[in-house]
Design a protein around this ligand. Structure first.
Ligand SMILES: [Zn+2]
Length: 302
């Protein structure tokens, strides 16, 4: 739920020496249709089985559930899924993705621990009749390019980050995934659901899904007892899904991106597109406009 510090980001940029961005891929996959949405759920919340599952099944939506045994997963079965529930989600046709055993925050320092963290979740999946995950969500949305070869080695084809660095975390917004410009292991979130969200926030996020771009939505618990800052109340979640269905969005799991995207066509510098988007946006700290005249006539803020 947090992002690389400015310092670590600067280190990454130095390490990459900024080669030119490669051209978008040309491959045999069908073109990306408008209104294509990837639905993702993080942190093994029990509500993914009790609330999300029946709603998604009702509408025939695909989704990826990113599983970690971090937080109080081992003992707190009020708030967290059991492995039999995770296996049931798999049997229903949903995707089970990897979110590391301990919800490991990925930094240059922790990258050496990543392979084992991924392997534990993959092993648990095998034990419960679930194929080893091919999708990954960066825990806390914190990413580091040094981890990309480790993910690739572990058989991960698609990985989701947050809306940062392009959009500040607090807003819960993001940007659309642009295949070939975004690295398939650094797919941005278009909308990161928050308790303050209304249907309008969701609509803004999915409106980005056009012109070859794909909108990836990030949910936590629906509701989420242990992570209130990313809670989505049940009624809101049901409202969002009903609207997506009524508006005829195509809602898929992350692994299903393989139908439309060549994950091997990656930019030479995976951070370049983020920097390009950031420099194209007005800085949030831009100098404010001059004050309006006649301040005495204006009411003061509460
Ligand atoms: Zn998480």
């Amino acid at each position: 739920m947090r992002h690389p510090s400015l310092r670590s980001r600067a280190l990454l940029l130095c390490a990459l020496a900024l080669p030119a961005l490669s051209a978008p891929p040309t491959h045999a996959a069908p073109p990306v249709p408008d209104k294509l949405i990837v639905l993702t759920f993080d942190d093994s919340s029990a509500s993914h089985s009790t609330v999300a599952r029946p709603v998604l099944k009702r509408y025939g939506f695909g989704a990826t559930f990113f599983i970690t045994e971090g937080f109080t997963f081992a003992k707190n079965k009020t708030d967290y899924l059991t492995w039999p529930q995770i296996a049931e989600l798999h049997r229903d046709g949903f995707e089970i993705g990897n979110h590391t055993r301990d919800h490991l925050s990925i930094t240059e320092k922790t990258v050496p621990r990543l392979a084992e963290q991924l392997a534990v979740i993959a092993d648990r999946c095998r034990e419960h009749g679930i194929p080893p995950p091919v999708s990954f969500a960066w825990p806390g949305n914190k990413f580091h390019v040094a981890a990309l070869p480790v993910l690739h080695q572990a058989g991960i084809r698609f990985a989701r980050r947050g809306g940062e660095p392009e959009v500040p975390y607090a807003i819960g917004g993001g940007v659309a995934y642009e295949p070939g410009l975004d690295h398939a292991l650094l797919i941005p979130t278009a909308g990161d659901a928050r308790p303050s969200w209304s249907l309008e926030n969701l609509q803004r996020a999915v409106a980005l899904a056009r012109g070859g771009r794909i909108a990836v939505l990030q949910f936590h618990g629906v509701p989420d007892g242990e992570h209130p800052w990313v809670n989505t109340p049940r009624e809101r979640f049901e409202e969002y899904m009903a609207w997506l269905h009524a508006e005829k969005f195509t809602v898929i799991a992350m692994r299903d991106l393989a139908r439309y995207v060549d994950e091997n066509a990656v930019p030479a510098n995976p951070l370049a597109i983020m920097e390009r988007r950031k420099s194209a946006q007005p800085a949030p700290t831009a100098i404010p406009p001059p004050p309006a005249p006649a301040p005495a006539a204006r009411p003061s803020a509460p």
